[in-house]
Design a protein around this ligand. Structure first.
Ligand SMILES: [Fe+2]
Length: 405
């Protein structure tokens, strides 16, 4: 006969640690699964300063745990390598010097295999730390562990966006995955306009569960009544903009955007190519594919998104409108908003080096909401604030329109 005993406080604490380690292993394994289809030669390439090599992502995410958890909290821990702190520090001024970002692709060493050994050593030390920490230490490291895992998930998306750009730069156009994209009809749903009442709305994260510091404090905003499109702008609709001189007429563009069109020679979204017969194809993680007119237009910059919206006689939503309307969680593409990435009222960066995670980037970038096909499952939140420079096109970014009522 089985007898049941009430769990003690110590049992509960042990369960917390074990479930944290389960989650740690799951997240870490997923990064390695994303890299697995790639030969080592692909994993070291940096095709532009914004896109880091796969190998660097794998090492940097290990560095994060080593720097913010193992070095300060695991008794007797010795750094894996005296220079890895410099090679794999991304942007933390408080932590020390950094290898220049545009030169990450110059690092043939550590090799991919050596990088995996580094990850394995970090993983074993993390297990020692999490399972062996005193209650007092566990209380301090638990939020940093959650941050480190969410950080690694952000880099999982970057592994995909960056390798897509890398492979596109190769004239052979090798696919990341050999399997073809999902076949079958993907008919564009009819566009509907969802009425959203104006008034005072609360946005931002509050309450339990993980959120990045930039998602709070929760606060009230005043919205005018508006209508939100029920879906994203499609490729067919975007082709209409192009056919109407979208890239040749400055009328719909911000001055900075129009300057980018001239400077970069933009004539279509990133990854689009036109054949001699006029048909379009686009590069995907499965290689070059005929453009699906019914899919949402992707890999557009903020400048292109806003030019399209102006051409269509609409506008982009503010991030407050987007969140209040709960458009979110579609997971198709990140959706450009009209909102600059700035601090919410009352925001204070956390103390210490991790205060550099978000706060120092709150200028000159635009907010994207939602999540994309490359975002790891469970990493999307209604309050999530992604942000990129308005000229960025290599992320999985699209747009949804709004109109005033
Ligand atoms: Fe990072």
């Amino acid at each position: 006969m089985t007898t049941f005993q009430t769990p003690t406080a110590a049992d509960t604490r042990a369960d917390d640690r074990l479930s944290a380690m389960d989650r740690y292993r799951h997240v870490r394994r997923h990064s390695e699964e994303l890299a697995a289809p790639l030969p080592a030669e692909d994993q070291v390439i940096q095709p532009m300063p914004d896109a880091s090599p796969t190998k660097w992502h794998l090492a940097h995410t290990a560095w994060f745990f080593e720097t913010f958890l193992l070095a300060p909290f695991l008794p007797g821990y010795r750094r894996y390598h005296p220079l890895f702190g410099t090679l794999f520090n991304s942007y933390y001024e408080a932590v020390g010097p950094r290898h220049p970002r545009p030169q990450r692709g110059m690092l043939g060493r550590p090799t991919v295999a050596e990088t995996m050994l580094y990850r394995g050593t970090i993983d074993r030390a993390m297990e020692d730390l999490v399972l062996g920490a005193s209650d007092g230490v566990w209380h301090r490291i638990e939020p940093v562990l959650a941050l480190g895992l969410n950080h690694e998930q952000q880099h999982q998306e970057l592994i995909l966006t960056d390798i897509k750009y890398t492979l596109f730069c190769n004239p052979l156009r090798p696919p990341y995955r050999p399997d073809p994209p999902p076949a079958g009809p993907s008919r564009t749903a009819p566009l509907e306009w969802i009425d959203v009442a104006g008034g005072v709305a609360a946005i931002g994260h509050a309450g339990p569960g993980f959120a990045f510091d930039n998602e709070g404090p929760r606060h009230e905003v005043l919205l005018r009544p508006f209508r939100l499109a029920s879906r994203l702008v499609s490729n067919a609709e975007y082709l209409g903009f192009m056919a109407d001189g979208g890239y040749t007429n400055p009328r719909h563009w911000f001055a900075d955007g129009w300057a980018m069109v001239q400077e970069q020679g933009w004539q279509a979204p990133l990854y689009w190519e036109q054949s001699a017969d006029g048909s379009w194809s686009s590069f995907t993680l499965s290689g070059m594919c005929p453009l699906d007119p019914d899919s949402p237009v992707s890999h557009v910059s903020f400048y292109e998104a806003s030019a399209y919206a102006t051409w269509a006689g609409k506008r982009l939503p503010s991030e407050a409108e987007w969140e209040a309307a709960a458009a979110g969680g579609t997971g198709e593409l990140w959706e450009w908003t009209a909102s600059p990435y700035v601090a919410y009222p009352g925001y204070r960066p956390p103390e210490g080096a991790v205060g550099e995670y978000n706060g120092k980037f709150m200028v000159n970038q635009m907010v994207l909401r939602g999540g994309s096909c490359a975002t790891p499952p469970g990493h999307i939140r209604r309050t999530y604030r992604n942000f990129f420079y308005p000229s960025a096109r290599w992320q999985f970014s699209g747009l949804r329109l709004v109109e005033d009522r």
